[in-house]
Design a protein around this ligand. Structure first.
Ligand code: ARG
Length: 461
């Protein structure tokens, strides 16, 4: 019975070492229900082509339904001797339907076109779940932005104070990449909705089976155009892995800021007790573990992707057993994100922002120097000179240990006659932020528009 799907041309069963290496039921069992869906669709195609009578078709469908229930309630499981989920389920079908009927189902299909289809069905379902989680995370970010319409913080480049920005603007800068990830997932979904079923082992089937009918039964858009490509390609899996890696990277970048903001030196945020952890030795500790796990797990997602890409590189057409290595990494990617995203969303939704601390820091570090230079330009000074003058003002303040708005009128005039007391109108955080009215800028009007634009762009799969 070992090698149950291919025993005929072999003198004996496989060696125990080969069986141990070859076995995939410990991970491909996740595809069992999709295998059964595929089998039902295939049974319809066999019946349509005249290989199953009406009675046989309904007996076959009943048997497959029964087998699906046995898989679901755990009364049918993979045996030690089953090579993979497909072999196990054929054994199960024969137990339910008998050898005569059960033995008919395999006509005109191969595990190669089966597995290529099942992995798509699995990923499409999980893509829906992950997209819904992403929508909730984006909602949580947008709610935080709505709750803090006026709060300002130091915008940074090179992690140095650069120019003040609205917290809402900063938060939505973390939401936009996730919106694009959703859009990428939607584009991917189209490509994932092509059905390899009917490609057979590599060259197509001789039995006149209707691959369109199978695709329709599986809720897929159309059959693959090329049977070799259908069974050999895994770019749909790789692309999914890439999009998920990017989600991970986007969470990781947000995490890094949350971790910094949560440090004593910044003290910009307080994490909710329910979304932070303690230390086994230091009683005072309250750690941002969710953000750290997000940052760490993004590395794992990238590893899963690069593992698959390395497997694909150099594979000749068509199916090679190497392709079995696509599944564990992508399953891990799915499971990682399905656990991570809800926790991350909870952390973001419950973050408390210390807006006073942020506001106090916003003008520090001479972050209004660009505003001075641009004010000078509005007075007719060439930007090159304006930049110099503003730079000298910064140097003066640095030497005297004061901030930009603090020099008296005389000191301003000594730095440059262009620096009239009027310059103080732009030396406030509100003035600076309010004047950044250009497209995508941090001025409150632009940020409000941006929020509606963002909300309109968020739709699930
Ligand atoms: N378990 C295999 C996979 O995941 C499918 C089986 C194809 N096996 C074969 N010997 N052609 O890719």
């Amino acid at each position: 019975e070992a090698g149950a799907l291919w025993g005929g041309r072999f003198a004996g069963g496989p060696s125990p070492e080969l069986a141990a290496l070859s076995k995939s039921t410990h991970f491909d069992w996740k595809l069992a229900q999709y295998d059964i869906l595929g089998s039902k669709a295939h049974a319809h195609a066999l019946a349509a082509a005249g290989y199953l009578s009406d009675d046989e078709l309904s007996a076959m469908l009943d048997a497959l339904t029964q087998l699906g229930e046995q898989v679901a309630d755990g009364t049918f499981t993979a045996a030690e001797s089953d090579e993979d989920v497909h072999s196990a389920l054929e054994r199960g079908l024969i137990l339910v339907a008998g050898k005569e009927l059960g033995g008919k189902l395999r006509a005109g299909r191969s595990r190669n076109d089966q597995i290529a289809t099942l992995v798509r069905l699995y990923l499409r379902d999980h893509a829906h779940a992950i997209a819904n989680e992403l929508v909730q995370l984006i909602d949580a970010i947008v709610s935080q932005a709505e709750t803090h319409p006026d709060a300002a913080l130091p915008g940074r480049t090179h992690l140095q104070h650069a120019q003040p920005v609205l917290l809402a603007h900063h938060l939505m800068a973390h939401a936009w990449p996730l919106v694009r990830d959703l859009e990428r997932l939607r584009d991917w979904f189209e490509r994932a909705s092509v059905s390899p079923y009917g490609a057979g082992a590599l060259a197509g089937s001789t039995l006149g089976l209707d691959a369109w009918l199978v695709a329709r039964h599986l809720g897929l858009a159309r059959p693959s155009e090329n049977s070799l490509d259908a069974t050999a390609s895994r770019d749909v899996v790789a692309e999914f892995g890439f999009i998920m890696s990017l989600v991970g990277i986007n969470l990781s970048r947000f995490s890094e800021e949350i971790i910094l903001w949560n440090s004593r030196e910044f003290d910009f945020v307080t994490l909710d007790d329910r979304y932070s952890t303690g230390s086994s030795i230091m009683p005072q500790k309250k750690n941002p573990d969710i953000a750290e796990l997000a940052r760490g797990k993004s590395g794992r997602l990238i590893g899963n992707l690069t593992g698959l890409l390395s497997t694909l590189k150099g594979l000749p057409l068509a199916y090679n057993r190497d392709l079995q290595e696509d599944k564990e990494p992508v399953f891990d990617t799915v499971e990682t994100l399905e656990v991570l995203l809800p926790a991350f969303t909870g952390m973001v939704a419950t973050l408390q922002f210390n807006t006073e601390k942020m506001a106090a820091q916003a003008p520090q570090g001479f972050s209004l120097a660009t505003d001075v230079a641009e004010w000078l330009v509005k007075q007719g000074v060439a930007f090159r000179d304006a930049h110099e003058i503003s730079g000298e003002l910064v140097r003066y303040c640095e030497e005297h240990g004061i901030e930009l708005h603090e020099p008296d009128d005389e000191a301003l005039a000594r730095i440059s006659p262009h620096l009239t007391p009027d310059v103080r109108t732009v030396l406030t955080v509100e003035g600076s932020i309010g004047s950044r009215l250009g497209a995508g800028g941090t001025a409150p009007q632009r940020v409000t528009e941006q929020r509606s634009e963002l909300v309109a762009r968020v739709t699930s799969l």
